[in-house]
Design a protein around this ligand. Structure first.
Ligand code: AMP
Ligand code: GLY
Length: 428
């Protein structure tokens, strides 16, 4: 069948890498895709949120499944758009409904969902400009550090951890005043959780679910987790500290109530739930956040370990047969290193020629932010085109030996102002 994958990053290259192996896929199209996905299918110049263009393309090209990578089209309602369109509704979408995507699109929605369904998470309260004074009074009662979160999508920047009540009050006022635009018109104030983070990925049809490999990502730009937050600078799957007992706790106290919550609330959810977790120093495990999609760069570490024909699994998911599926996972560990542009996550330059990828034989190199351009002789050259440029994933018996391979290959790839963290896994 013909498949349309939406997105253009390393996550989508990793999806395409798995989809291209499926016996069920005759032609893979990626909108808009990148030079990496171009090696596995046909890139089409359509934005992920241009639903009208997606409709025409899907009908003209006999698309039989739409797989959604990033959150933006989900939060904007791609699922509902397809289901409510008589010409499109025969095409299954892998991705939740608009209301389901609010688990990521609104922190207040997701906190209320967790409270309603007794999913363990940090205590919180929500405020708007209309309740500014109540918010300031609430902050006076808190013990720092205090976590402030913009309610809406803020490109990963909307969470602030304040070390004093005064700083929190100041930031709180700025947020309500539009620091993150409409996204911070509502602010969630949250209790700080002290521990180590990891993520669990769940594929669900809203009733049954399958747990995919766990992963840990490294969000800060600097070594030893210092400096600004990024989209993610590397990932390890599985994080070695996650035991079977911990996973049983996660399944019983977090995953089951989440999926049952979808049913109780009548939320249509066919797709991935990314559950960001904190393993607290007290031994408890609580939810930091939900995302309505797979993680990036976690997908680049998790999907290469996932051995099933993923289109077969997606078909079972949309047909309500997920309980019959056995998830088949490569026992080896995967370690991913992100190669970034110097300066990221602040200003950085694009258009730097990339060499060395062809020399790499023992890692998978996923494209995150790259572009093909023509030189004066009409030859195609690959250049950097984003803050995160490439993801280098290696599989080996344990994460350390996988990391050694990724590190070796990260040094072989060359472009001007290349930057990567050499300490992925330092805390494991
Ligand atoms: P979020 O967008 O909610 O995942 O928050 C981004 C990052 O902020 C998380 O990955 C955590 O590292 C941190 N964070 C968020 N909420 C808390 C919290 N309640 N306690 C400690 N750290 C947090
Ligand atoms: N790596 C974090 C995310 O995908 O949200």
């Amino acid at each position: 069948m013909n498949i349309l994958l939406l997105g253009s990053g390393g996550r989508e290259h990793a999806f395409a890498h798995s989809i291209a192996k499926s016996n069920k896929c005759s032609q893979l199209f990626i909108a808009p895709g990148n030079p990496g996905t171009l090696q596995l299918g046909i890139n089409v110049p359509i934005a992920t949120t241009d639903f009208a263009a997606i409709k025409s393309f899907a009908l003209e090209n006999e698309i039989k499944m739409i797989i959604v990578g990033p959150e933006a089209p989900l939060v904007e309602g791609i699922y509902d758009f397809v289901v409510n369109d008589a010409e499109l509704r025969h095409i299954p979408v892998i991705g939740p409904s608009k209301i389901g995507a609010q688990l990521e699109g609104s922190k207040a929605f997701s906190k209320a969902f967790m409270m309603r369904h007794q999913v363990p998470t940090a205590a919180y309260a929500e405020f708007t400009m209309a309740t500014l004074n109540e918010g300031l009074a609430y902050l006076s009662q808190q013990t720092p550090p205090i976590v402030l979160k913009a309610d809406g999508l803020a490109a990963g920047k909307g969470v602030l951890i304040c070390s004093s009540i005064d700083e929190a009050k100041d930031e709180f006022k700025q947020m309500l005043d539009g620091k993150f635009g409409d996204a911070s018109a509502k602010v969630v104030i949250e209790e700080f959780m002290d521990g180590i983070e990891f993520s669990v990925f769940v594929l669900t049809d809203g009733k049954d679910y399958k747990i995919l490999p766990t992963a840990k990502d490294y969000k800060r730009i600097g070594e030893a987790d210092t400096g600004l937050n990024t989209g993610g600078m590397g990932a390890v799957s599985p994080p070695p500290f996650v035991t079977d007992d911990m996973m049983k706790t996660v399944e019983d106290t977090i995953i089951k109530p989440t999926i049952q919550g979808f049913q109780k609330d009548g939320i249509v959810y066919i797709g991935f739930v990314y559950v960001g977790l904190m393993y607290l120093k007290t031994g408890e495990i609580k939810v930091v956040e939900y995302n309505c999609r797979m993680g990036d760069p976690e997908t680049e570490a998790v999907f290469p370990r996932w051995k099933n024909d993923i289109i077969e699994v997606f078909q079972s998911t949309v047909e309500g047969r997920l309980s019959n599926v056995d998830i088949d996972i490569d026992e080896r560990a995967a370690t991913t290193i992100i190669l970034a542009s110097g300066g990221y996550p602040e200003d950085f330059e694009k258009g730097k020629a990339i060499t060395g990828i062809d020399e790499i034989k023992d890692s998978i190199v996923f494209h995150c932010g790259t572009k093909l351009i023509e030189d004066d002789k009409g030859q195609g050259i690959l250049v950097s085109n984003g803050g995160r440029v490439l993801a280098v994933t290696s599989l080996h018996v344990d994460w350390k030996s996988a990391l050694a391979i990724s590190n070796k290959n990260a040094s072989i790839i060359q472009y001007e102002a290349k930057y990567y963290r050499k300490d992925i896994g330092f805390d494991l």
